[in-house]
Design a protein around this ligand. Structure first.
Ligand code: ADP
Length: 730
């Protein structure tokens, strides 16, 4: 069956054209039959021998109808022709009956002319009618005036002119009606094709059904999707396309469209053949006349569903992958953390294990140096002392770089004065410069003199010492200048710039890039000449960066180098109490003079180290009680109001931190200076000590002068408010 683009329900918009032409055709046949019958009767009675002349035009009209039909001018024109043929016979019969064959010829031939005119166009019909009427009028007038003898003379007006006029006008009228009708039908047809074209070119299914769910219109895609023919669809209702739950849901959605005007829904369309199609349907209510319809569009969302399913699959896969990765990562993280913990523990242990014997070596050496008067022995001892200082520096560097690399280096955050840090340099390296005949200049810009900042003065000092030490080491003549400048000054932060300039051997451009890498030296062969581990600059640069700055170098081989060390530090929150400074050896003397006989407690489990510290303190006249662990220290502190307590940290039974807490809880010792003296030398160890209530932290190996300075400082501080307490302790 040929598929119709749309199906038209009779009664709503059936083609007027179709019905009308059928009816018209039927009437035309009836008119023709009536005409033939009437004509046969009349001609038989009145003019049997004139049949041929009168039937000829009628046969011509019937032939014309057939031709029109065949060449496709349509049923309407053919029917009109037959009708005209029938009418022509009726008129002819009437004319023959009343006026004879001549009258008939007179009337029907002009009619034939008008009809042919009408067949051409309405204008031609009117023209022919006009010409015929004027011709006949002319003939009538001529006959009346007696100029033209015509047969029959009477009753011309009645039987010729009036019917001719009537029929001509009637024909013209019918013609114009038919033409209007044809135009209207053409327009309707074009509109129908137009709307059919629109709904057929919609990207999805289109359908329209009434409040009972009966389909009244749909597009080709709807046929394609449902695989139902037009006839089948015409007999179906909306709910017939769905199964199970969808049936109810779709009915509910349709009800909402009719009630609220709009609804959409996703449901599976069940076609006549093939699998169900997941679709999204959107319906709107349309009112035509007084009837409501649902206009709907359906889109196949199989592709979307497939994509969503794929996405879901990917998501799940991704989740699984993430879970697996997270599990892997957490295992790796735990392993890394364990490794880091192990590294930290190892570094702390190494630090402790190296410093403890170093303390004994350096302490004993220093004691021996104090005791001997033998010049050769003293020389040997000084060499041991020098070597142990060097060894200590190397140990410190290796521990520092290891801790920096393991991200385990903690910087202190205390208030300090950069200028004061700088001023310590001459005491530390001045003698080396002097030995080489170099001038060591310290140049502090006035605006930096009183600056107090918050940071790690020990590390700032370490970097400066390294740079200045190198400058002295790699300079044979000339001078070393260390400058402090204020490079930037914000409300709460300060950018400091230290410059360490020398007139030494300088560093070539290629070497300048390497010297900051760990274990690198500009010229490996020079190690033998100058010594050094190659770690100093690597550590210094990393420390500078940890403090928000950097170290750069500008140098010309043979002319000298200038190292620039910047650091960005916050301003200190309060005024920094200037740390008392003591000249070399003066702290010990002051102790002897001012605090001789004062009683101090030394908690130290390691006998050699205990002996070193005790001997050093006793050498200055202090009275020292030694506790071999924390428990004993607390017991002794309970009995005696010591003026100062030196506390080792790692001790059996009770460690130094817990022992300090216990001692601090004893009323007489709430303010007694407690100084940690420990091989746990890192900044974090210092923090732990201070948090437990200790006042200071002396890392081992303890240099005698440092020990005296610290003890003196804290005894002086303690004496200021509680003179009676210290006096009692003597
Ligand atoms: P080291 O302990 O070997 O001195 P550093 O990291 O401090 O290690 O220095 C690395 C190298 O950089 C030195 O060995 C030296 O070659 C070069 N260097 C450092 N400072 C200077 C300087 N002021 N003048 C010339 N060379 C220097």
């Amino acid at each position: 069956m040929k598929q119709q683009s749309t199906f038209l329900r009779p009664g709503i918009d059936s083609t007027v054209r179709g019905d009308f032409s059928v009816r018209f055709f039927q009437h035309a046949i009836a008119a023709l039959v009536l005409g033939i019958v009437l004509f046969s009767v009349v001609i038989r009675v009145a003019e049997p021998d004139q049949t041929g002349r009168l039937v000829g035009p009628m046969v011509g009209m019937v032939l014309l109808a057939v031709i029109w039909w065949l060449i496709g001018r349509g049923r309407l024109q053919a029917a009109a022709n037959l009708f005209a043929g029938g009418a022509w016979l009726v008129v002819t019969s009437i004319c023959v009956f009343f006026g004879g064959v001549h009258t008939a010829i007179f009337i029907v031939y002009p009619l034939l002319i008008v009809y042919v005119g009408w067949a051409i166009s309405m204008r031609a019909a009117a023209l022919f009618a006009g010409l015929t009427v004027s011709a006949i009028t002319g003939l009538v007038l001529a006959e009346h005036l007696g100029t033209l003898p015509l047969v029959p003379p009477t009753p011309l007006l009645v039987f010729w002119v009036i019917p001719v006029l009537y029929v001509s006008v009637a024909l013209a009228l019918v013609g114009s009606l038919v033409s209007v009708y044809q135009r209207r039908v053409g327009e309707l047809e074009r509109e129908r094709q137009f709307s059919a074209e629109i709904i057929n070119s919609l990207p999805g299914m289109f359908y329209m059904f009434d409040a009972d769910g009966r389909f009244v219109r749909w597009n080709r895609r709807f046929n394609d999707a449902t695989t139902y023919t037009d006839q089948e669809l015409a007999a179906m209702k909306a709910a017939d396309f769905f199964r199970g739950d969808d049936k109810k849901r779709v009915a509910e959605a349709a009800r909402r469209v009719f009630a609220e005007g709009l609804a959409d829904i996703e449901a599976d369309l069940a076609p006549a053949k093939g699998p169900t199609i997941p679709c999204r349907f959107t319906g709107v209510r349309a009112t035509i006349g007084d009837e409501s319809f649902l206009l709907g569009v359906g889109l196949d969302i199989s592709e979307n569903r497939r994509n969503l399913a794929k996405l879901e699959e990917y998501r799940q896969h991704l989740e699984q992958m993430i879970e697996a990765r997270t599990a892997d990562l957490s295992v790796a993280k735990e392993a890394a953390e364990a490794a880091n913990r192990a590294k930290s523990t190892f570094l702390a242990t190494m630090s402790h294990e190296l410093r403890t014997p170093m303390n004994a070596i350096m302490g004993m050496t220093s004691l021996a140096m104090r005791r001997t008067m033998d010049a050769r022995l003293l020389d040997h001892l000084e060499k041991i002392d020098h070597a142990s200082h060097h060894l200590l520096a190397v140990i410190n560097s290796i521990l520092d770089i290891s801790r920096i690399e393991a991200d385990r280096l903690v910087l202190e955050q205390i208030d300090f004065t950069p200028a004061a840090v700088l001023e310590k340099l001459p005491a530390l390296i001045g003698y080396k410069a002097a030995e080489k005949g170099l001038t060591l200049e310290i140049d502090v810009a006035p605006e930096a003199e009183r600056l107090s900042l918050r940071g790690d003065p020990m590390r700032v000092g370490q970097v400066l010492l390294n740079l200045a030490d190198n400058a002295v080491k790699f300079t044979e003549r000339g001078k070393v200048v260390v400058r402090l400048r204020l490079a930037g000054d914000a409300a709460d932060h300060v950018l400091l710039r230290f410059e360490v300039e020398d007139t030494g051997i300088g560093i070539s451009e290629t070497d300048r890039k390497r010297v900051f890498a760990a274990f690198e030296q500009a010229d490996g062969s020079m190690t033998r000449k100058y010594g050094g581990s190659g770690l100093g600059l690597a550590i210094s640069r990393r420390l500078a960066r940890l403090m928000g700055g950097d170290i750069t170098v500008d140098s010309r081989p043979g002319e000298g180098s200038c190292f620039v060390f910047t650091l960005l530090l916050p301003r200190s929150t309060g005024a920094v109490a200037p740390a008392p400074t003591f000249g070399p050896g003066t702290a010990g003397d002051r102790l002897r003079n001012e605090f001789s006989g004062i009683r101090v407690l030394l908690a130290e489990d390691e006998p050699v180290n205990g002996e070193v510290a005790r001997t050093l303190l006793e050498a200055q006249g202090l009275v020292v009680d030694v506790a071999v662990d924390g428990v004993e220290a607390v017991a002794l502190a309970r009995q005696t109001p010591y003026a100062l307590i030196l506390m080792d940290i790692q001790m059996p039974n009770l460690n130094g931190v817990d022992a300090t807490r216990a001692i601090r809880a004893l009323p007489p010792h709430a303010r007694t200076p407690v100084l940690a003296m420990t091989a746990n030398a890192f900044a974090e160890d210092r923090k732990v000590c201070l948090a437990a209530g200790m006042d200071d932290h002396l890392p081992k190996p303890v240099i005698p002068d440092r020990l005296y300075e610290a003890v003196l400082t804290w005894l002086l501080r303690a004496r200021a408010p509680t003179v009676s307490g210290t006096a009692a302790a003597r």
